[in-house]
Design a protein around this ligand. Structure first.
Ligand code: ADP
Ligand code: ZN
Ligand code: ZN
Length: 790
């Protein structure tokens, strides 16, 4: 009968049915618990097996999240909710003896099925219930019996719009002399055989050959071409951007690359390796080679990448090497239908390579051999919200151990934590040189304090302006990066230095010029542009900071002939817009690309020889233990973007703190030096890798109540730690107001816990958290391995 992983519908309360999954069986029920019957089986095919369930349960334990929450994160909801179950009668001739032995309602159902058997179509189970007037539960019971007797088959069919779609395709057959063709038909056949691919969609073919599908059908009848049906997989990204790729041939690896590949292949199952190499050192080529070896062994490969734009960049290399047929792309912009299709094909083992963002870790990839995480240091591998607040690197390592797979983390600027761990495990693989002996870009610093002091109000230094002119003059391209924090235009009073803030959130309001409005980016509060300072009534207001839009205007003023493209979150809202912008820039349809962090990664354009960083400092000014690391990573990444072609690149970094040690290390592109500095600081303050950070966050509209709640919490946690004599090794900090003290009228407090005592303390902390029952109006959650502290 029923197996683990089967999605079922169960009664909830008196009227409602909710979706759940079978996670186990028990003969014993604790007293006081009322057992209910399953109302409906939503899919005969289990969605996960016991191994995967155990993995998800581990996730639930580690992050102190209910298993059901993890399950709903892991399984695309549309896969269950949109399925419709149908029953098909397998045998029409039944002995009357058998029929009469059945209970009345089963007979009734059988009779109905026989009556409609001619249509050969499945009958929906809910429909069956309404038609026979029998309750769903009884229908299900009866069908269960009939199925056991081999009389009916039950199948899931995804509802209209979700089902597998097919498309008509055309294949041009090898030429044979055919004298019965008309002149016109001969012409069309000629045109078809000149098209780049011998196989194409029928509709495309008719457009390209300037004919009708009816005419093509006639050609097919005459045996000149073949028309066939193929499943249409709904993934616009694959279809739109990677049509009919020319396959690339594997390169001959250099010694370092060869050694890296060998090391991963010969590592014991479950092991992790760090591939540490600057941008352009040939990491991707290592991934491709490993993938090749895994495929040869019949294994599947999971490739995780930080962002959708990068997804497509790396995906392109994979698709060019391995073709489109065995590759799946998994990202947040897939529609429900696309998700279901992809999920099913992965589940069935049709797709061997899965490339996706963080959540792809949960896809049911079969026979997993290797998990690659490219740009493994990237912050987007950690889910911030909602629960489970998981880290893809942590999950990948756990998964590899459970499935005897291997993990390869690739990075030019590994996390201090990851690097530290890899050094300990002797698992660092280095690619020391840029491929083909290309040198790294030269980084120069511009001291913006002097510019400001000399009365310069502009955001572009003279150096950067000149460099832009030179670059454009040579027909080359430039990228200008603006830090996200400086992305906002703030309003400051010149008299009293008041920064205009949101009345609900205590974060600075941003000014939007085109609408003459101020807006809060946390709660969405909007107001007219203020005319005077609310504090001192001065009319002398200053608009500081700068958005990409204003930067664009300023650059357009100095360089009137430059063609400029802009990439920021406004543009990102349009699906795939970023990809189009990258592509247009790649085709040299613009000279300058302006954008926030997004432009720093995943862009490999040979003609880019200049990168300008307009406000380098803002990256370091966040009160966050990872701020220095993130700043360093950003500057290094951006430097890696310049000069990937034959020309040498240069980077100009504008800074108000040009002697900041992290800026200097980044200028020298000295990761080792940065790592040593940072490790000392981390050790001194007891931050990861010297501890594990937990963050408990609570919010409430009533600040006093919130404060009291958190105080009590801190006291009881400290008490528990003392009982376990762990107060020396587990430190509780706070409670304190969060950096963003209010969001949407709710006050926010947090409490930080530094654990240096491993799993034992981890369990104590998560158990404590699960035991807390916050009052109705207090939101309370735990972030294990917290990375964000706003
Ligand atoms: P990364 O992923 O580290 O940025 P890539 O794998 O993209 O580096 O390699 C950078 C460039 O060098 C690419 O254009 C790639 O084709 C080339 N390259 C890498 N390895 C080799 C090799 N073994 N032989 C020839 N070219 C290579
Ligand atoms: Zn003022
Ligand atoms: Zn607000």
């Amino acid at each position: 009968g029923i197996e683990v992983g089967t999605p079922v519908s169960v009664p909830f309360g008196r009227m409602k049915l909710i979706t759940g999954y079978v996670v186990g069986f028990s003969h014993y029920v604790e007293p006081g618990i009322r057992v209910k019957e399953i109302a409906d089986i939503l899919d005969e095919q289990p969605l996960f097996d016991v191994d995967f369930l155990q993995f998800l349960d581990w996730v639930a334990q580690y992050y102190a999240t209910p298993l059901m929450t993890v399950l709903s994160t892991a399984l695309p909801t549309s896969i269950v909710q949109k399925t419709k179950r149908e029953v098909i009668l397998e045998s029409v001739t039944l002995s009357s003896e058998y029929t009469y032995s059945l209970p009345r309602h089963v007979q009734q159902i059988l009779a109905y099925l026989k009556g409609s058997a001619k249509s050969h179509k499945g009958i929906g189970i809910r429909y069956l219930s309404t038609q026979t007037g029998l309750p769903l539960r009884l229908v299900n019971q009866s069908l269960y019996k009939l199925r056991q007797d081999g009389l009916v088959r039950i199948q899931s069919r995804t509802k209209a719009g979700m089902g597998q779609k097919t498309m008509k395709w055309l294949r041009v057959l090898p030429k044979s002399e055919n004298h019965s063709l008309t002149k016109r038909q001969g012409e069309i056949l000629d045109r078809l055989s000149q098209l780049p691919s011998p196989e194409m969609k029928l509709t495309d073919a008719s457009t390209l050959a300037q004919t009708t599908t009816a005419t093509l059908q006639k050609l097919a009848d005459q045996g000149c071409i073949e028309i066939f049906e193929a499943p249409e997989h709904r993934d616009r990204l694959l279809v739109n951007h990677f049509s009919a790729p020319k396959l690339s041939t594997p390169l001959i690896l250099n010694e370092e690359q060869e050694r890296a590949v060998e090391s991963v292949l010969s590592a014991e199952p479950g092991a992790s390796r760090l591939l540490y190499g600057v941008t352009g050192s040939g990491k991707t080529e290592v991934y491709l080679s490993l993938t090749q070896s895994m495929l040869a062994e019949g294994k599947s490969i999971l490739v995780l990448v930080p962002e959708i734009s990068l997804t497509s960049h790396l995906a392109k290399r994979f698709i060019e090497r391995f073709g489109r047929e065995q590759i799946a792309l998994w990202h947040s912009q897939l529609s429900a239908g696309e998700k279901v299709d992809t999920w099913r094909r992965i589940h069935n083992g049709d797709l061997k390579i899965m490339i996706g963002a963080r959540s792809a870790i949960f896809t049911p990839i079969q026979n997993l051999g290797l998990i690659i995480l490219d740009e493994a240091h990237d912050g987007s591998f950690k889910q911030d919200s909602p629960a489970p607040r998981y880290h893809a690197v942590t999950l990948a390592k756990e998964m590899a151990k459970r499935y005897d797979a291997k993990v390869l983390l690739g990075s030019a600027t590994p996390d201090v934590e990851i690097y530290y761990q890899a050094l300990q495990d002797k698992a660092v693989l280095r690619l020391d040189k840029r491929y083909g002996g290309r040198s790294l870009a030269e980084v120069s610093l511009v001291d913006m304090r002097q510019t400001k002091a000399s009365g310069g109000r502009g955001t572009l230094s003279a150096e950067l302006k000149l460099a832009l002119e030179e670059t454009l003059h040579l027909g080359q391209q430039a990228i200008i990066l603006l830090n996200r924090r400086g992305f906002y235009t703030l309003i400051v009073c010149n008299e009293c230095e008041e920064v205009f803030q949101c009345p609900h959130c205590a974060v600075a309001l941003t000014y939007h010029r085109y609408r003459e409005q101020v807006r809060c980016h946390y709660c969405g509060y909007e107001a007219e542009k203020p005319a005077f300072c609310p504090k001192c009534a001065s009319f002398n207001l200053q608009f500081t900071g700068m958005g990409t839009q204003r930067l664009e205007e300023e650059i357009a003023q100095c360089l009137p002939d430059a063609r400029i493209l802009r990439l920021d979150s406004d543009v990102m809202q349009k699906k795939f817009a970023h990809r189009e912008i990258f592509d247009a820039f790649d085709r040299h349809e613009a000279d300058i690309l302006i954008g926030t962090q997004m432009v720093a990664k995943g862009l490999d354009i040979a003609n880019v020889t200049l990168v300008g960083v307009v406000n380098a400092d803002t990256a370091f000014s966040l009160p966050d233990y990872k701020a220095a690391e993130r700043g360093f990573q950003l500057l290094t990444q951006v430097a890696g973007r310049a000069g990937r072609g034959d020309q040498k690149g240069r980077v100009i970094v504008q800074s108000l703190q040009p002697s900041h040690p992290v800026i200097l290390r980044a200028q020298a592109q000295d990761y080792e030096g940065f790592y040593q500095d940072e490790l000392v600081r981390r050790q001194e303050f007891g931050f990861p890798p010297f501890s594990q950070l937990f963050r408990m966050i609570a919010s409430c509209t009533d600040e006093l109540k919130l404060r009291q709640f958190m105080d009590v919490l801190a006291i009881s946690l400290k008490h528990i730690l003392e009982e376990a004599t762990l107060q020396q090794v587990v430190q509780v900090l706070g409670p304190a107001p969060c950096i963003i003290t209010r969001i949407q009228g709710r006050y926010r407090y947090h409490m930080m816990i530094k654990n240096t005592y491993g799993d034992v303390a981890h369990q104590i902390i998560t158990r404590f958290f699960k035991g807390v029952e916050p009052p109705q109006d207090i939101n309370f959650f735990l972030d294990v391995d917290a990375q964000s502290f706003l």
